[in-house]
Structure formats: structure tokens, C-alpha cells
Design a protein around this ligand. Structure first.
Ligand SMILES: C[S@@+](CC[C@H](N)C(=O)[O-])C[C@H]1O[C@@H](n2cnc3c(N)ncnc32)[C@H](O)[C@@H]1O
Length: 270
């Protein structure tokens, strides 16, 4: 996707500058999510060959759906660096594409700033839980409000909605953000995961959605011992055209200290 070495050089410089600035300022959700995005890019550059296999699988799945359904109006949730979205849709068609993320990398906004059919929408895809997390004074205050919370985002005007490797990120990052403020016990983590994921699935319009997500995290030790952790504990609902693959995620033993991490990924049409 990124064509020149100069582009990578500048991205590496950006990561370095971002880390430097980050040491000087405290977190709000904005800096928290931008830090995570920088982490994604840094890991991609470290693990490029393995990641490219996963990214190509994702892109092929989306492109096949696109070619079969000829959508005119596409919503992409979790667009980020667009590592996993087919560039051909963005540059070789005039289809209307709305890229939605909590934070858009300046390099991506700059890259597409002259494309009339590509629009950037800064949006919390949980429907407002990040504001709630920012404004809560205690974890129980957050959990009480979560219980009555409804994600009211409406994507029915789009004839293709792509949930782009974001499903479990919605709860994992939200919990990590909450943990910068409070202690979050396992019971609360499960509750957050269930509510956030259920509501995300419920806002994907039936008959026009594609969802790609890692759903099992495998930790592999040097002796080959494997431990599985489920990342999605919600019924994915009625879907078709299932594809699955493995994503060799971290071979530098940095995501989980001392072990390699591979993700099992599922792609579905809903
Ligand atoms: C694992 S990445 C997916 C890969 C991404 N397509 C890319 O190429 O960078 C998840 C993306 O979802 C975004 N995200 C996470 N939580 C979000 C939320 N609550 N609302 C909107 N976007 C969110 C992150 O900022 C990140 O860009």
C-alpha cells in the first residue's frame, strides 16, 4: 500500500516524535487512541511479512464482497491506517467511502485530501462510551451508566458497512483506557466486552455488512505450548460466506512478554 521507502522513513520519524511528546503530556482518550495507532504501525513495520498475509486476506474478502454487490455508499468502521482496506476501491472507483475512526492518522488524511469521494468521519463507534469513560469519577459510576446504555449509531443509509478488525478493539481499548483511571475487575471487563460487542453487532445493517475480526488469541511458548484466549464472546448472529485464517501477530514476544502471539481471524457477511 505505501509505495516509497521515504514514506516509511517519515512514519518511523513520526512514531519517534509521538513517543517523545507522549512522555511530556498526560492521557485523555484522544492521546490514548493515537498512541495505540502508533503501536499498530510500529508492530506492522516489525512484522511486515506475516502481517501482509493477514492484510491481503482481509483486502481480498472485502474486494470480493464489493465486486459481487456493487455498493455505491460505503462506511468503513475502524479505518485507521487503511492497512487492511483495498486501496483500489479508494483510488480506482468513484464510490462514496466514509472512513470512520476515533482518530485519523494525519498521513492518511493528507494522502486522500484531494479525493472527492473519500470522507473522514471522527466518531466513537461505541456510540459514546469513551465520553462516558472520560467523565466518570469511579468505575462503578461507569458500569451503572453502561447497563442502561444504547449504541444509537445508524448505518442503514450505507449499502456496504465494513467492520474492519475493530470488534474486540472496542472493548479492549476502552478497558485499557479505564485502567489508566481505575481498577477494573474481571467481572466488569466481561460485562463491558459483552455489552460493547453485542451493541456493535446490532448496529451493522442486515444484508449489507462485512465483519472481519480476530476472535482467538493464541500464546505460544518456545516449547510450543499453546494457550487460547477468546476475544469475542458474543453470538455473531446470522451470517454467511465465512472465511477463517491465522494471523501471525507478534514474533518478537513483545505483545505478551516471553511468548509469540497468533490470532485466529474470521470474516463474515451479515
Ligand atoms: C486494530 S485497528 C484496525 C486496523 C486499521 N484498519 C488499520 O489499518 O490501521 C482498529 C482501529 O479502530 C479504531 N478504534 C478503536 N476503538 C474505536 C472506537 N471506539 N471508535 C472508532 N474507532 C475505534 C482504532 O483507532 C484503530 O484505528
Amino acid at each position: 500500500m505505501f509505495k516509497s521507502n521515504t514514506f516509511f522513513y517519515h512514519l518511523k520519524l513520526d512514531i519517534y516524535m509521538f513517543k517523545l511528546l507522549q512522555r511530556l503530556f498526560k492521557y485523555n482518550t484522544d492521546s490514548f487512541y493515537r498512541k495505540d495507532q502508533m503501536g499498530i504501525l510500529a508492530r506492522y513495520l516489525r512484522e511486515k511479512d506475516n502481517w501482509d498475509l493477514h492484510l491481503n486476506n482481509t483486502k481480498h474478502y472485502i474486494l470480493n464482497y464489493f465486486n459481487e454487490n456493487n455498493p455505491t455508499n460505503i462506511m468503513v468502521i475502524g479505518s485507521g491506517w487503511l492497512l487492511d482496506f483495498p486501496e483500489v476501491i479508494l483510488v480506482n472507483t468513484e464510490v462514496n467511502v466514509i472512513l470512520c475512526d476515533i482518530s485519523h492518522p494525519a498521513q492518511i488524511v493528507n494522502k486522500y485530501k484531494n479525493s472527492k469521494n473519500i470522507h473522514f468521519k471522527r466518531m466513537d463507534a461505541t456510540g459514546g462510551l469513551l465520553k462516558l469513560a472520560e467523565n466518570s469519577n469511579t468505575i462503578s459510576e461507569f458500569i451503572t451508566q453502561l447497563s442502561g446504555f444504547k449504541n444509537n449509531l445508524d448505518f442503514t443509509q450505507y449499502n456496504m458497512v465494513v467492520s474492519l478488525n475493530v470488534l474486540n478493539q472496542l472493548d479492549i481499548l476502552l478497558v485499557e483506557y479505564l485502567e489508566t483511571k481505575f481498577e477494573v475487575n474481571d467481572e466488569y471487563k466481561q460485562k463491558i466486552k459483552q455489552i460493547v460487542q453485542e451493541q456493535h453487532l446490532s448496529i451493522l445493517p442486515k444484508g449489507s455488512s462485512v465483519l472481519i475480526t480476530d476472535y482467538i488469541e493464541k500464546s505460544i511458548t518456545n516449547t510450543g505450548v499453546v494457550a487460547d484466549k477468546g476475544l469475542v464472546n458474543t453470538d455473531l448472529g446470522i451470517y454467511s460466506n465465512i472465511k477463517k485464517w491465522n494471523w501471525v501477530f507478534d514474533t518478537h514476544k513483545r505483545y505478551r512478554s516471553g511468548v509469540n502471539t497468533t490470532m485466529e481471524v474470521i470474516a463474515i457477511s451479515k
